[in-house]
Write a protein that binds this ligand. Sequence first.
Ligand SMILES: [Zn+2]
Length: 510
Amino acid sequence: MAKDTFYLTTPLYYTNSTPHIGHAYSTVAADILARYHRVTGNGRAHFLTGTDEHGQKIADAAAAAGKSPKQFCDEIVERWRSTWASLNIQYDQFIRTTDDYHEAAVQQIFFKLREKGDIVPGTYEGWYCRNDETFWPEAKLVDGRCPNPECRRPVEWVSEDALFFKLSQYRDRLVEHFNEHPDWVRPASAFNEMASLLRGGLDDLCVSRAGVTWGIPIPGEAKTIYVWFDAICNYLTAAGYPHDMSRFERLWPPDVQLIGKEILRFHTVLWPAILMALDLPLPRLVYANGWITMEGQKMSKSLGNVIRPAELLEHFPVDAIRYVLFAQAPFGSDFSFTEESLFRRYNAELANDFGNLVQRVLSMLARYRGGKVPARSAGDELNVEFETAADQTRAAMERVDYRAALAAIWERVKSLNLYVEQAKPWSLHKDGNEQLLDETLYNLCEGVRWAAALLYPFMPASSECIWRALGQAGIPGQTWEKTLRWGLLEPGSLTQVPGALFPRAERAAS
Ligand SMILES: [Zn+2]
């Protein structure tokens, strides 16, 4: 078996908290990409997400809640799953690092690296932040405390017999990989940051924990596997490594791995080194999305400035959130997300530009033609514009540029609005210019059909609603190759006027 499936992953989310809009951003990004790859190309995509459930922080949080760690995680995981359902996220696989197959596979990977001499015994001494589960060099401490600006908790001196992954011996190969694949980490700022970190050299990494019991046990030792080593292997174990190699070969390597930029170092240094040690191909692209900021500060639980998707869903349809998150800023940059900007773009771009257009076109068809699609029309240049937009959208999505894809589609939405204003179907009707009215209405319906197909990855719910209203079956735009051809709308077929897709939002009192 050879690779035949587009494999994309989100980070595993840590179950010491529940999802906020920052987590939603990465996960919706993956959903858009997965849907795009399902409706284009060969239609095969595998979208993996899940939860990272081990480590002392979870054990502590569970104890504080009076629960066992597993029971605690079971409850939190349901909140992640239900949030993803509410955002219309259609993953193919949800992995939990407490899944039996994952635990067994990580133990096998660990054993294999010990056999090869990539994991060796040693002594660990250093300053340890229990909250971040990270050892910090003395020089990095801030006033003797954890240097993570969101943490700053006291660190403890830890000295223990430990096992080390010989990360340092992969430094040269990593440098070479960075040199030969200048696009494998994006955005460019992330690539540059990691390339310069590598130039500074690498230390071996302690991958065992003697004091942490809530983790994957290392057979024959009173230790567990470092939670980051455990979690990062999920991309392998979920794909079937090493227990289902025929499945693994169809998926490997990952095509796109979406991560937050705070976990860049793990994904572009530790992760590729583990893969090199296992003689496996590296991911084709690791893309670090930026942070959503609130008044210039990163959104985080400890700063108490988080927005929860559920709060937004009380006021806006799910597609509004999916659209605005990606229309607003280039992927990879930090951006500020406020209810104000959501409200403004929702009313201007979704309610006004797009929702009204769909409503207007189908209402005119109902009024003048009883909802029946008129005879085919060649497109009056709209066909050419839409073909160009499809090419631009495809090119943008291939480089994971969501904003450019939306911009290309929105140009066409605007041009359809202009077309209505210029063609004035109501005047054609009044003047009895029936043939031109037929042509105009056909072109508008085809334009709306193309827009729905192109927008499907971003706004699946609205797109499906439009698709049905136009009398179309199946998944909108499945596949682009088959559906993105001008003139596929069948003359004589019956359409319906959909309910308001984007009812105008009133300012929520805040
Ligand atoms: Zn800390």
